[in-house]
Ligand binder design. Structure first.
Ligand code: ADP
Ligand code: ASP
Ligand code: MG
Length: 444
């Protein structure tokens, strides 16, 4: 069997959902399980509505009208009953009203609100399939067996998930259309796997069912040498390794959720990335091993909006335990550190601004250990390729190109696994840095 996941744009309109039906219809012999995202843009609208309701603004409820209108148009154009998702819209209205009255929004409530995007799209897609000759049934993530940690907005699957998925989905009689992104914790509370998490859901279900392949159907033709919105010349990578894809995803290649590769690695399941709007255009295959890229470099990713911490202390000289104390602060605030560089007396570390809400507290805690300075608006540019470690002078060339482009590099990091070279620049310089390196390495 295979898992076929369709992202927000792929289920973003009646026409797109019909394309999805055609693609699935042509692959029924592979015994697919379908995973869907929310209709494109709906998750943002839901989260926005919740924040507005919390701020006691009536706009929260108004956004709900917009959400209902988007779903209403799709239902009408697919000739499905208009009232089909009325219950979900009503539940949303109730919870937003509660948030508005209390002026309070917990991560748990946020996940509950966000879950409706996928719950509604799975119902619509499944109904369209059934209507057009593919008997189908929608499943929420929890009905499909996804049990997670209780970490709202960033939950992880619990080990019991895989056996549950097997028992819930193995004997399916109709085509299963499962919601991506969402599950429930052990107490029955709805959780989400982090933004873009439907890719991760697909891989989790693939692992549970021991799928032959996990397919990620999206709005671009595979994983490309760079984000095509930044580099129009970017080309599709026909084949890359699990490690390369994981690095690219972690450092900003939005085409895959960073954790998608984990369950695939466990069971050695190939992950294929395909374009819903050009189904015959090939795509990318992510597998355990791929031949090293020509010039050592496979692709370039970029993640904007990071915060750079510059930490100095002369007490670090010949002292032990200093780094441990610094990282204890980040651990205490549950903030992952992305890049680090150290010298005798200074440590630089970056964190993603989006996951570090408690900045004031972090800097105050660090200030008790050392002199701590924080600079925002920084981008990580990440050059990825299995060949980087074994190719002489790659770093030299990269920084010559960046330097000639007049871009100041503020921090450099190359781990000993040598799969990537990452460096930090100002947000405003990031796209130019990616384009310069792409032209030098990947356009010949
Ligand atoms: P979906 O809604 O299908 O999950 P996403 O918007 O999450 O789609 O991811 C697809 C987008 O990822 C593309 O439209 C593209 O702009 C972006 N992207 C960033 N880096 C890359 C890359 N290296 N290759 C392909 N797409 C990329
Ligand atoms: N709908 C969710 C999001 O927008 C999950 C996904 O699309 O993968 O983040
Ligand atoms: Mg996505």
């Amino acid at each position: 069997m295979i898992v076929m996941k369709f992202g927000g744009t792929s289920v973003g309109s009646a026409g797109a959902i019909e394309s999805v039906r055609r693609i699935v219809a042509g692959r029924l012999r592979s015994d697919p399980v379908v995973v869907v995202s929310a209709v494109g843009g709906i998750t943002n609208l839901l989260l926005d509505a919740a924040q507005k309701a919390k701020a006691r603004s009536r706009d929260g409820i108004r956004l709900l009208e917009r959400i209902a209108a988007v779903h209403g148009t799709i239902l009408r154009e697919l000739s499905l009953p208009g009232g089909m998702v009325a219950k979900e819209h009503e539940l949303l209205r109730e919870v937003l009203h509660g948030v508005y009255c209390l002026g309070e929004l917990t991560p748990r409530t946020l996940d509950y609100v966000a879950s409706f995007g996928e719950r509604i799209s799975a119902k619509i897609v499944s109904a369209h399939f059934s209507n057009r000759g593919i008997p189908s049934r929608p499943y929420t993530g929890w009905e499909a067996g996804v049990v997670t940690t209780g970490e709202h907005c960033n939950a992880s699957p619990l080990p019991t998930t895989y056996a549950r998925i097997r028992s819930r989905l193995s004997r399916r009689k109709k085509l299963a259309v499962v919601t991506g992104f969402i599950g429930k914790d052990e107490h029955g509370e709805i959780t989400t796997l982090g933004r873009g998490g439907s890719d991760f859901s697909a891989a989790i279900i693939g692992r549970g069912l021991n799928a032959r392949e996990v397919q990620i159907w999206t709005d671009v033709t595979g994983i490309m040498t760079a984000d095509p919105r930044v580099v129009p010349q970017a080309a599709t990578l026909p084949r890359l390794s699990f490690s390369e894809a994981a690095e690219l995803a972690y450092f900003g290649a939005k085409v895959l959720h960073p954790r998608t590769i984990e369950p695939a690695v466990e069971k050695d399941i190939p992950v294929r990335i395909l374009n819903t709007f050009e189904p015959d255009a090939g795509g990318s295959l992510v597998v355990r091993r791929a031949a090293p890229p020509k010039h050592g470099i496979r692709a370039i990713a970029c993640k904007k909006n990071n915060i750079l911490f510059n930490l100095r202390s002369t007490r670090m000289l010949d002292a032990h335990g200093y780094l441990a104390r610094i990282f204890e602060v980040f651990t205490h605030h549950r903030v992952p550190v992305d890049l680090i560089a150290t010298s005798e007396v200074s440590v630089s570390a970056t964190v993603d601004a989006g996951v570090a809400p408690a900045l004031k507290e972090i800097i105050a805690d660090l200030g008790r250990i050392c002199t701590a300075r924080m600079i925002g608006g920084r981008a990580i540019v990440c050059v990825v390729g299995e060949g980087i470690g074994g190719t002489p002078n790659i770093a030299g060339r990269i920084f010559t190109i960046i330097g000639k482009g007049g871009i100041n590099v503020e921090m450099i990091s190359q781990a000993s696994s040598a799969l990537n070279i990452s460096f930090l620049v100002k947000n405003a310089d990031a796209d130019k840095a990616v384009r310069l390196l792409h032209r030098a390495y990947l356009e010949r």
